[in-house]
Structures are given as C-alpha cells and as structure tokens.
Write a protein that binds this ligand. Structure first.
Ligand code: FES
Length: 167
C-alpha cells in the first residue's frame, strides 16, 4: 500500500508537472508555428511563380523559343474563353480582346523592360511604369516606348479548348 500511495503521489506530481510542461510546450509550439509561417512567406523568393504543367500551361513561355499551349478547360486559364480577359505566363501576355480574337505579345515593355498588361476598358496594352500604350497588335500608340511589342502567333484548336502560342 505504501508503495501504491507513493506511486499515486508520484503520478499526481507527474500530471501536475505534465500540465505545466504541456502549456509550456504548446506556447513554444504556437510561437514556432507562427514564426515558421511568417518566415516562409517573407522569405519566398518567388511568390508569383510562372504557371507550369498542371496549371493549364505547357511548353516554353520564356526566352527566344516561345512555344506553349494553353488548356482553356483548366480553371487557371479558362477565363481566356471570355472576351476582355488576359493572362501572363513567363514572358508572354495572352489576351482575348473585347472583339473576341486571341493575341499574344511580349510582356516586356520596349521602353525599359517592365511588364505590360492588357486593359479591358480600352482594349489595349499598357505599361504602368511610364505610361506607354500599345495596340493589341503591339504597335506603340503612346510613348515613351518607341518600338513595338514582339507578337506571337496564336492558333485555336478546332474545339476551341486549346491555344497554341509560338514565336
Ligand atoms: S518601361 Fe514601359 S513605359 Fe517605361
């Protein structure tokens, strides 16, 4: 009996100490989780990675040998079935104009190389860095850029579900 009582006492002491330890451990765990979460978002070197296979884009989207397909049945790219929408993948801006035609252009502004974007309201290409504008065919309509944006050929599959973009 004496040994059992001693055992109960020891178990009680153990549970009390475990309670403290659990609280302490949970505090450290939560702190560690918070710090880990903060660290991973702050330290992410590429928070907006280019889409890859499985995201609706497949092929080469950067460099001088542009050649890729866009799966318009993929939820990441299906907005391109609607007029006035665009995506940027790698070095390329792909848009479906407000008139319903597909265009693909270099996203790299010819002024100082900053990224351009498609504007639905004016159906043109705009560089917010210094205000250059381009037609959807790449021609400069407003400087300071003086050279046209490089354009790519877009082919639509017969079922309308796949775009092929090539240099
Ligand atoms: S980089 Fe585009 S207008 Fe200057």
């Amino acid at each position: 009996m004496n040994s059992i009582e001693k055992g109960s006492m020891k178990r009680g002491e153990f549970l009390r100490s475990l309670g403290l330890s659990t609280s302490t451990l949970m505090a450290f765990y939560c702190l560690g989780t918070t710090m880990t979460a903060c660290g991973s978002s702050d330290d992410d070197p590429n928070p907006n990675p280019d889409p890859g296979t499985g995201t609706g884009i497949s092929g080469t989207t950067t460099g001088s040998n542009i050649n890729f397909t866009v799966d318009l049945t993929n939820s990441n790219t299906s907005k391109l079935k609607t007029n006035g929408n665009s995506i940027i993948t790698g070095d390329v801006l792909v848009a479906k104009t407000t008139a319903g035609s597909y265009v693909a252009l270099s996203k790299i502004c010819t002024h100082e190389g900053n990224p351009v974007a498609y504007r639905t309201t004016s159906n043109d290409i705009f560089c917010q860095s210094h205000g250059s504008t381009f037609t959807t065919a790449g021609a400069v309509t407003n400087g300071p850029a003086t050279a046209a944006l490089k354009t790519y050929t877009v082919t639509v599959s017969s079922d309308g579900n796949t775009l092929t973009v090539k240099a």
